[in-house]
Every structure is written in structure tokens, then in C-alpha cells.
Design a protein around this ligand. Structure first.
Ligand code: HEM
Length: 125
């Protein structure tokens, strides 16, 4: 099943590289340097870690929980100055981080699983 390939990609990432937070946020801040300022008060990285944990957990749950979280957080984030397009691109950035790190072990099922998940939410892949 597609969902399993998403979980599999994340499990493989964790087994190889551990916590994805450093790579995810390095990629985010390289692409969108303006986003770094939003986390200035997060000196210990707890908010970043928590945000990623919630985003990944919801991705794995899928379905209504994920759609609901995105709907709510898109608005919350707009209120703290995160433009919709930046917010919406976060899951694609996660996918790219995992894909790049797994290299040749990234499978076609992982690619289609991630894309199906993001497409279902109307998010860019
Ligand atoms: C590039 C896109 C994003 C940026 C720049 C961003 C930025 C932020 C910032 C600055 C905070 C801290 C807010 C505060 O001051 O308390 C935050 C918190 C949070 N974000 Fe994001 N966010 C992004 C995408 C997402 C996505 C896609 C999700 C989930 C669907 C998400 C879920 C959360 C959650 C749950 C928190 C609260 C974390 C906590 O418990 O402290 N964010 N985000």
C-alpha cells in the first residue's frame, strides 16, 4: 500500500540518519532564509522538533487528522507570518530531504506513495 511506503521511507531514514530535524531545517533555511527569523526564540530547537514530530505523525496517520491539522495550522501559521505557499511546501521539502538521503534506496513505491499523500491534500509534491 502507498501509505506503507511513506512509513517505510521514514523508518529507513531514521535507521540511517536518526532525527530528520537538522536536515529538514537546514534545507528549509537554505531555500527560504527569511523563515529562520521566525524561529529566533527557539534557541534549543524544541519548537522545531515538536513541529516536525507533529507534522510527521499526522502524515503517517493520514486521512482526516492530517487534512484537519493542515487546515488549522495553515491559518495559525498565516497569523505568525508564514505565507500559505511556504506552509504548503513543507511536506514536499520533507519528501525531498528523505529522497535525497536515501539515494538509491528510494523506491518508486516511495515516490508514488508520497505523491499520492500530498496530491490528496492538494499540496505540491
Ligand atoms: C515552511 C513551512 C513552515 C514554517 C516556516 C513554520 C513555522 C513555524 C513556527 C515559527 C512555529 C512556532 C510558532 C510559535 O511561535 O509558537 C511553528 C509551530 C508549529 N508548526 Fe509550523 N511551520 C511550517 C509548516 C508547518 C506544517 C506543514 C505543519 C503541520 C501540518 C506545522 C505545524 C506546526 C505545529 C503543530 C507547531 C506548534 C509546535 C509546538 O507545539 O510548539 N508547521 N511553525
Amino acid at each position: 500500500m502507498d501509505g506503507d511506503a511513506v512509513a517505510e521511507s521514514l523508518a529507513l531514514y531514521a535507521a540511517r540518519h536518526g532525527d530528520p530535524a537538522p536536515a529538514v531545517y537546514a534545507r528549509l533555511f537554505a531555500r527560504h532564509p527569511e523563515a529562520e527569523a521566525l524561529f529566533l526564540l527557539d534557541t534549543g530547537g524544541h519548537v522545531r522538533g515538536q513541529m516536525l514530530a507533529v507534522a510527521l505523525e499526522a502524515l503517517l496517520d493520514g486521512g482526516e487528522r492530517l487534512a484537519g491539522l493542515i487546515g488549522i495550522e495553515r491559518l495559525n501559521h498565516a497569523n505568525i507570518g508564514v505565507p500559505e505557499a511556504l506552509f504548503d511546501g513543507f511536506y514536499a521539502l520533507l519528501m525531498q530531504t528523505v529522497r535525497e538521503s536515501l539515494g538509491p534506496d528510494w523506491t518508486p513505491a516511495m515516490e508514488s506513495g508520497w505523491r499520492a499523500r500530498l496530491d490528496a491534500l492538494g499540496l505540491p509534491a
